[in-house]
Design a protein around this ligand. Sequence first.
Ligand code: ADP
Ligand code: ASP
Ligand code: MG
Length: 414
Amino acid sequence: MLVVQKYGGTSVGDLDRIRRVARRCLAARAAGHDVVVVVSAMAGETNRLLALTRQIHPSPEEREQDVVVATGEQVSVGLLALAIQAAGGKAVSLLGHQVKIVTDSSFSRARIQSIDADRISAALGRGEIAVVAGFQGTDERGNVTTLGRGGSDTTAVALAAALRADSCEIYTDVDGVYTADPNVCPAARKLDRISYEEMLELASQGAKVLQIRSVEFAMKYRVPLWVKSSFGDDPGTLVCEEDSAMEDVLVSGIASDRNEAKIALRSVPDVPGVAAKIFTPLAEAGVVVDMIVQNVSQEGHTDLTFTVGRGDLGKAASVIRAAAGPLGVKGIETDDQVAKVSVVGVGMRNHSGVASKMFQVLAAEGINVLMISTSEIKISCVVHEKYTELAVRALHTAFGLDRASRGAAIAQAG
Ligand code: ADP
Ligand code: ASP
Ligand code: MG
């Protein structure tokens, strides 16, 4: 059997933890498996490196920033390979360019285009544990690239797909995927299984336990994906194909995302082409727009509100100010104190009333809904950031997800 294991930053946070990871890799090897292990930078290291680039330049070029932040993973692969060797095993470290993880040239958020896994296969053939740096790749001109925050998850799943691994195990600081972030909602319950589609939606709505791209890869290449704790022996959560039992549950999970900011344009002329003139320059500036809401027009004018990632607010606001003048927009308001709270579940496809229940629950807590967006298996509301935890916990309880109330969740789906 070929297994790909991935250990996140907390799991390799100090030398003792790296030794513990080494023992886990060796145990898998001793069980007769070929082992590929992907590691992240040691806890806090990526943030530290990013801060260094910002101290030396107010708006660092992303190519150089990637050169700096990719080093975090270089340190951890070297240390883990040494820890395995010190424990009597055979291991070799491999960086992104040595594995030949080729990406596009979108520095800081590159997408994997191809993987040439020959060097890993050769190492496995020699009986070595292949220790691969997560998060990093190289574009076709040889520039170092990184895959975006949480990108080591994607390295692991992409390798598992390329190597046709029998399983891909993501080891982290929680023992699986929960019905909500257990650090936000103490009543959250660990799920034994979750469908790719629900996991993708939870990740997209802010559950950072898996990077979005990693779930996309797993879904596309049907990689059985486990999320487990690197500190215990719980079997964890399997992310897998949907089955009919999953549809019986109305809401599978709640996610929240504080990385949101809202921009409102007041009194926008309601004529064809205006939306394109606003959103095209934003796209050209690389700003990803999330929700968009346009009000009913009155006397030929309307209000247009949308959200962007909080880190992009400054850039988005200046692009909008430049575009808004010629269009005759009367006012621009920005708000970086908003958060998005979402309920997710494949059961929603066949049942109505989830949205109204969500609004009732938020209203009962005195939480004002600023924006709403829905998809087939998700409803998201933008609220003031200070209500994030309260909203998650109240929705978690109301949809019957709290620990020991599993029966209620299934009953509601009827
Ligand atoms: P790693 O460094 O191992 O990649 P991350 O910090 O990226 O770990 O992801 C693990 C964290 O994801 C958990 O500590 C938890 O706070 C958060 N998280 C958010 N939503 C969920 C969820 N639904 N289930 C489990 N963890 C979640
Ligand atoms: N070290 C990178 C980060 O902190 C990648 C990862 O941990 O997955 O985002
Ligand atoms: Mg992570």
